[in-house]
Design a protein around this ligand. Structure first.
Ligand code: TRP
Length: 349
């Protein structure tokens, strides 16, 4: 009997994801995250999308602009098609339970687990002693974001896989350390990352080995969601490629990361598979492909940018959506926190 594994988590399926409110959303955020958030609404009845402003404090942040940055990311969720009636959209700091559960998890997670996090090592470089404790602790807060809703599925980019593993380790250790009565289902689920689709990794237009990023010094390396048609056409025209024509099969993309990136962008923008794009374009040159790619991007991004501007022009309406979202989020998180307080033995809980 005693070597029976404890019963697994038995709660409902729920999606949670978040994006930092940093300046300058780009095509990588759109294809890599927003498009997926929208699509998941069809597969899961219960999706929660958060603007993680507590995480944004781990890097240099400006108190004067943080709230506006949060509104911009929330507006991007909406403009991309996240439906605030079906899904919850809110700002992390408005739901206090994230910070509270993060503290409890700080006492569950081990130093050694965090010391292995490659994102911290990359961000801190040689200067880890000068970084904020918050930057080191970032993935613990991320685990709290997910688990305070007992979320089971988390759409993220490839680079967040390790943080998701950490969230699972924390959930597992919490479940073990504060064991439910024998036979009861696990308290926290072990959340799964959802990393899918041709747009899973959108790379720099100048260097196919680097992610498209707002921190790249060259604006030519990325398509911003606010770029106009001329800027988009110019950036695609000047995107790095090689002299060969497009390959006819996926195998032909091997060793050609810049080409793979452009084909992937075309596929995700038009909703076609990589195979279908290569069947159409294989053997043709970039002189023909690039204008078609630019046109597809403009067709997708121009309405998105217009919708973003419309949403940001009515701050009161946007804030009302976020307020409503925070209330709905808190109504899920509070009962979980109430149980956690009891489980860990807080006075009065
Ligand atoms: N770290 C994530 C990123 O940079 C953002 C994030 C914070 C997140 N909390 C989260 C993503 C919870 C998914 C779930 O992309």
């Amino acid at each position: 009997m005693s070597d029976q594994p404890p019963p697994a988590y038995a709660g409902p399926q729920r999606v949670f994801s978040g994006m930092q409110p940093t300046n300058g959303l780009h095509l990588g955020n759109y294809l890599g995250a927003l498009v997926k958030f929208v699509a998941l609404q069809e597969r899961f009845a219960d999706c929660i999308y958060c603007v993680v402003d507590l995480h944004a404090m781990t890097a240099d942040h400006d108190p004067k602009t943080l709230a506006d940055r949060s509104r911009e990311v929330a507006a991007a969720y909406l403009a991309a098609g996240v439906d605030p009636k079906r899904s919850i959209i809110f700002v992390q700091s408005a739901v206090r339970a994230h910070a509270e559960l993060a503290w409890v998890f700080n006492c569950v997670a081990r130093m050694g687990w965090l010391e292995r996090m490659t994102q911290f090592k990359d961000k801190a470089g040689k200067h880890s002693e000068r970084m904020s404790v918050g930057l080191f602790d970032y993935p613990v807060l991320q685990a709290a974001d997910i688990l305070v809703y007992k979320a089971t599925h988390v759409p993220v980019g490839e680079d967040q896989k390790q943080h998701l593993e950490l969230a699972r380790d924390i959930a597992q250790k919490f479940n073990n350390d504060f064991g439910a009565p024998s036979g009861a289902p696990a308290f926290f689920p072990l959340p799964d990352s959802l990393i899918e689709g041709p747009g899973a990794r959108i790379m720099s237009l100048r260097d196919g080995s680097k992610k498209m990023s707002k921190s790249d010094p060259s604006d030519m390396s990325r398509i911003n969601l606010t770029d106009d048609a001329d800027a988009i056409a110019n950036k695609i025209k000047r995107a790095t490629t090689d002299p060969q024509p497009l390959p006819e099969t996926k195998e032909g993309l091997a060793g050609r990361p810049e080409v793979e990136n452009l084909v992937g962008i075309y596929a995700s923008t038009t909703g076609a598979s990589l195979e279908a794009v290569l069947a159409d374009w294989g053997g043709k040159g970039f002189g023909a492909f690039k204008p078609a790619l630019a046109e597809a991007l403009v067709a997708k991004l121009a309405p998105l940018a217009a919708e973003l501007r419309r949403l940001l022009a009515d701050e009161a309406a946007l804030d009302q959506i976020l307020k409503d979202g925070a209330e709905r989020a808190a109504s899920i998180a509070e009962p979980v926190m109430a149980d956690v307080r009891k489980i860990v033995g807080f006075w009065g809980a």
